[in-house]
Design a protein around this ligand. Structure first.
Ligand code: AMP
Ligand code: ZN
Length: 470
């Protein structure tokens, strides 16, 4: 399988360090607000990657952190504490906020068919580990204390800017708006490992440490949670492209300084979901959630399908029009699949392998999910039994997880129910529909009674009105 590696800036053959096993780490959400559908684009594509690894037979262990402390509004060490901001906004404690939004995150993931990683660890549950690793970095001379905080000294490394050749002066742009000079730092790009002297006098979460009572920086948590659960070597690290610098750059710096050897071979970055006005971000406050999509009548899996229709290394523009197009395509595809649900005939093993190859070729080429979806269309067009078609679509969906067979099932159940209605009931149902549209509820109720008297039950569902025999 070829996968683009941000570290080498080319598509590399993916070969895990230990045969048959993949260790995978994902930067988890900062739980001070709902995840927006941009964040979830990253988690959807990472989920596809994980499922594809499993599909081709790897034994995967995937670990994810939950950022519930230490992430400031700028990815550098400036700005407000995101968790504190969330707590103030909602007049709750930081831990209440963390618990609420962690739960909300996993509920969204479930709706999008995103599998929960094997290990999920909140940063606040690993403070002792952070303190231990920071202690080793200080001891080895990679970290220093200044003004009460502990910083990583990037000048101690042979190469710090591993992903890009940044210049010092560009850094102000790299760490985004509102950059404040921190006079404690020896080098501009040094980053905080532990804060004691902070401007947040009301910081709720504080722990004792050899450097005083304080709290960890954001970057150290991912290095430590990864190493604690996956050991000294990591096969693949994932995240949104905005995490490449400074977050992942700092993770590499501190992990390799601590370990004394190279740490992670492959870096997988998902590009952004943008609105027409630019990057969707939580801090800007203008973001869309899965619940909002549902309120507007979209199945969350349509959003997953929308994401899969484009390549993870291209930025994707969200608009309602684009989502509507995806919805239409999804429904058409499901309707086509409804035609093969009877699974008639025998599975043709040779054709199965041939059509499956189209799917795996697409996925093996840097996770080309858009092409993998066209493999579903190819299956439907192929001159093979319905049994073969259905088996292939179910097989691909182990990776795609867009629930096409289930959606097709709903379509055919609805069609069956409608077909089975006697003419008289169907006519009354049509009249009732028209009455409801005109808001003539008295007439609609009258028609309902007539339908009921003929031995049928009316139920209103999210998919519309269902009429079934009593
Ligand atoms: P956060 O909760 O801010 O720590 O972000 C969670 C994940 O979402 C990280 O991997 C980010 O890189 C990623 N992310 C943030 N904004 C976007 C976006 N607009 N599109 C795609 N991924 C994003
Ligand atoms: Zn991280």
């Amino acid at each position: 399988m070829k996968l683009y590696n941000t570290l080498t800036r080319k598509k590399d053959d993916f070969t895990p360090r230990f045969e048959g096993k993949v260790s995978m780490y994902t930067c988890g959400p900062t739980v001070y607000h709902y995840a927006h559908i941009g964040n979830l684009r990253s988690y959807i594509m990472e989920d596809v990657l994980e499922k594809y690894f499993r599909y081709v037979g790897y034994d995967v262990t995937r670990v994810m952190n939950i950022t519930d402390v230490g992430h400031l509004t700028s990815d550098g060490d400036t700005g407000d504490d995101k968790m504190l901001k969330g707590a103030k906004r909602e007049h709750k404690s930081v831990m209440e906020i963390a618990e609420f939004y962690t739960k909300a995150f996993f509920e969204d993931c479930k709706k999008l068919s995103i599998k929960t990683p094997d290990v999920v660890m909140p940063a606040t549950s690993c403070i002792d580990e952070f303190i231990r690793v920071i202690g080793v970095l200080v001891e080895k001379g990679y970290a220093y204390e200044a003004g009460g905080n502990v910083y990583f000294d990037i000048s101690k490394l042979k190469k710090y800017y591993v992903f890009n050749d940044f210049k010092e002066e560009d850094l102000a742009v790299g760490v985004r708006e509102g950059v404040e000079e921190d006079s404690n730092k020896r080098n501009k790009a040094d980053f905080a490992l532990w804060f004691t002297k902070s401007k947040f006098d009301d910081q709720e979460l504080k722990w004792d440490s050899p450097w005083g009572v304080g709290y960890p920086g954001w970057h150290i948590e991912c290095s430590c949670i990864s190493m604690k659960n996956l050991g000294e070597y990591l096969d693949i690290h994932c995240g949104g492209i905005d995490n490449a610098f400074p977050h992942h750059t700092n993770e590499i710096a501190q992990s390799e300084a601590y370990l004394g050897h190279e740490w992670c071979n492959y870096w997988f970055h998902v590009h952004h979901l943008n609105t027409e006005g630019g990057k969707m971000s939580k801090s800007k406050g203008e973001f869309l959630t899965v619940s909002l999509l549902e309120e507007k009548g979209y199945d969350p899996l349509v959003y997953r399908f929308f994401c899969l229709q484009s390549h993870y290394r291209k930025s994707l523009v969200f608009s309602w029009e684009n989502l509507d197009n995806a919805k239409l395509a999804y429904e058409k595809l499901a309707a086509k699949i409804a035609g093969v649900l009877d699974g008639s005939g025998e599975i043709d093993e040779e054709k199965f392998a041939e059509l499956k190859k189209k799917f795996t070729d697409a996925m093996d080429n840097d996770l080309n999910t858009a092409l993998a979806i066209t493999a579903v269309y190819d299956v439907l067009k192929a001159d093979v039994s319905n049994a073969t078609k259905l088996a292939l679509i179910k097989d691909f969906d182990k990776v795609l997880s867009i629930g096409l067979v289930e959606a097709a099932g709903k379509i055919s159940a609805k069609a069956d129910a409608e077909e089975a209605l006697p003419e008289e009931v169907a006519a009354l149902a049509e009249q009732r529909k028209a009455a409801r549209k005109e808001k003539n509820f008295a007439l609609a109720d009258e028609l309902r009674d007539k339908i009921t008297a003929l031995g049928y039950v009316i139920t209103e569902t999210r998919e519309g009105t269902k009429i079934t025999k009593k």
